[in-house]
Design a protein around this ligand. Structure first.
Ligand SMILES: Nc1ncnc2c1ncn2[C@@H]1O[C@H](COP(=O)(O)OP(=O)(O)OP(=O)(O)O)[C@@H](O)[C@H]1O
Ligand SMILES: [Mg+2]
Length: 254
């Protein structure tokens, strides 16, 4: 509100001061929002890590023990008539359940990401997705500075969703992933030679809550002050995500 005795210069100085205070509050609210969002994702990853371990060490070990016992029974001599076939089937069921349990455990939280880092984990992702989906996946990771654990997880989840989309929707033959550092930013590109899609109408569907993949990628990026570009057409799709590496969760200019 204008003060009746105030000069124009005073008014401008006061407004400038108000503006600065407002900007400061806005920035600190944004920082708080980013911190909270990152903490929520960290908690989610921790939960996934726990379930992944539980699956691997609990259910996985039980299935292994069950298979062992069945194998002992199958090796008994003489075996009652009709048992042999039933036991073989039970052992085969154990094998496929074990394989599914291991795969689920790895997808939930790949141990390799914690043990060997982003490059190894992305290599594993490309190798494991390729044969199952008939896709040829090329992964290139240029030498990177040491990344904080949350950012590695974030980059991994982003590539995981982008590749899952390619496998599910693109009808592509080839996909590629490139991760590099340039101009103080982490640059992640994921592309395919598939049929492409209408990005605007997919965004509209996402805002109606009909899908969460691309929206989730953007939300995660925003928490790190990053941004994402999606280009898609008849020749395929290319996603480029850029995240500043200076440790400050600021906002990149568009
Ligand atoms: N690489 C791609 N090639 C072709 N279409 C794609 C590609 N990536 C995304 N799309 C299209 O964009 C839509 C939105 O993708 P998004 O990941 O948000 O949702 P979704 O994969 O359908 O579901 P989910 O929430 O399980 O991820 C998809 O339904 C698909 O039509
Ligand atoms: Mg998706």
């Amino acid at each position: 509100m204008a003060h009746p005795t105030e000069s124009l210069d005073d008014t401008i100085a006061r407004l400038r001061e108000d503006y600065r205070a407002l900007l400061h509050r806005l920035e600190s609210n944004q920082g708080e929002f980013q911190r909270l969002g990152r903490a929520a994702f960290r908690a989610q990853e921790e939960e996934r890590r726990r379930i992944s371990r539980e699956l691997h060490d609990g259910l996985g070990q039980n299935l292994t023990a069950l298979k062992h016992r069945l194998s002992l029974l199958a090796a008994r001599d003489p075996l009652e008539a009709g048992w042999s076939e039933g036991l073989e089937e039970a052992i085969a069921l154990c094998d496929s359940s074990l394989a599914e349990t291991r795969e689920l455990s790895r997808l939930l939280r790949p141990q390799i990401l914690d043990d060997l880092g982003l490059e190894a984990a992305l290599g594993w992702l490309g190798r494991s997705l390729g044969p199952a989906s008939g896709l040829e996946v090329e992964v290139r990771v240029s030498p990177l500075p040491t990344l904080d654990g949350d950012l590695q997880t974030h980059a991994f989840r982003l590539v995981q969703e982008a590749l899952a989309n390619i496998a599910r929707h693109a009808s592509a033959r080839k996909a590629w992933v490139s991760v590099r550092e340039s101009a103080g930013c982490l640059r992640i590109e994921v592309g395919d030679d598939g049929r492409g899609f209408d990005v605007d109408s997919a965004s509209e569907r996402a805002s109606r809550g009909e899908s969460s993949g691309l929206g989730g990628m953007r939300d995660r990026l925003a928490l790190y002050g990053g941004r994402m570009l999606v280009e898609s057409g008849a020749g395929g799709t290319r996603i480029e995500a850029v995240v500043p590496l200076n440790g400050r969760a600021g906002t990149l200019a568009p």
